[in-house]
Design a protein around this ligand. Sequence first.
Ligand code: CAA
Length: 309
Amino acid sequence: MSDPKAPLSPSVPAVEAAAIRRVLVVGTGTMGQGIAQISALAGYVTHLYDVDAARIEKAIGVIKAVTDRLVQKGKMLNEARSEMIGMLVASPELGPAAADVDLVIEAAPERMDLKVEVLAKIKLFAPERAILGSNTSSLSITEIGNRIGAGARTVGLHFFNPPPVMELLEIVRGLDTAPAVVDTCLSVAKRLGKTPIVVNDTPGFATSRLGVALGAEAMRMLESGVASATDIDRAMELGYRHPMGPLKLTDLVGLDVRLAILEHLHREVGEQFRPPSILRQMVRAGRLGKKTGEGFYRWTDAGPEPLTR
Ligand code: CAA
């Protein structure tokens, strides 16, 4: 475990929070989009990069549409929205996007090799001071940092879906993450309007480990016929005041995302995280939840509806 009081290595001139001006969000899926929205709203020049350049403009279009609705509902001032949009920079080339960046937030799919590949590339272009954050929900920050040769400035910045709404930012401290980097991230969290917690680098951290345990058990209960998906969810919504039940939440997050986390925790922690067969089957069938229109529920603009089959 890194000593939180240990002095910052002189070879890591980590940028201070007040000096952070430019953020690079890598990946424009659900999480990348939402993270870019809050970063731009907080006044950071926010570059958006994706391997598929067409997805960048699409993501900016989604952010514009979402915030337009907030303006119409009177929840955001039009001027604030215009300023926010002015902070978004579509960046189809990684080199120029990373050249003067202070903070990177990688939100690529949940695969170690992919994250290492993209962050290693960014490291080649980004200034030495830049903090390299990953929005991984379960993978080892220590391993990512070690494999890209930048352990001291690699940190987990775990946001929650939907990022503009969820209050938490889970900051994950790798074995080599410099304390100054964690301090800067704590300040950035506040500027983003989030409440941070600091968690040591362990599989699934504090959030995903508990979250998938509940979700996987709900799936096993559905498999063994304890109750319908709706009633299993209601049990937690009405009995425990969860804002949404574990199966609906799995749909919101994405069944593929949950499966990747469970597979990782199964390997790293043990048998209690073995992915339920129903989850594997549904992912194979392309029923990934809200983003594909069907998971444990059918999703339309009106929200989730129970499946009748
Ligand atoms: N930007 C800004 N505001 C937004 C927004 C956006 N993109 N999307 C929604 N909102 C706002 C809405 O305007 C609304 O605001 P008001 O309450 O002021 O009216 C509010 O968010 C709620 O939205 P809705 O009314 O549309 O929906 P809801 O009340 O049913 O809440 C929910 C939806 C926030 C998703 C709620 O059901 C909830 O909290 N669910 C649990 C979500 C959760 O647990 N997320 C964590 C998942 S795990 C994860 O993400 C980590 C991982 O690693 C995979």
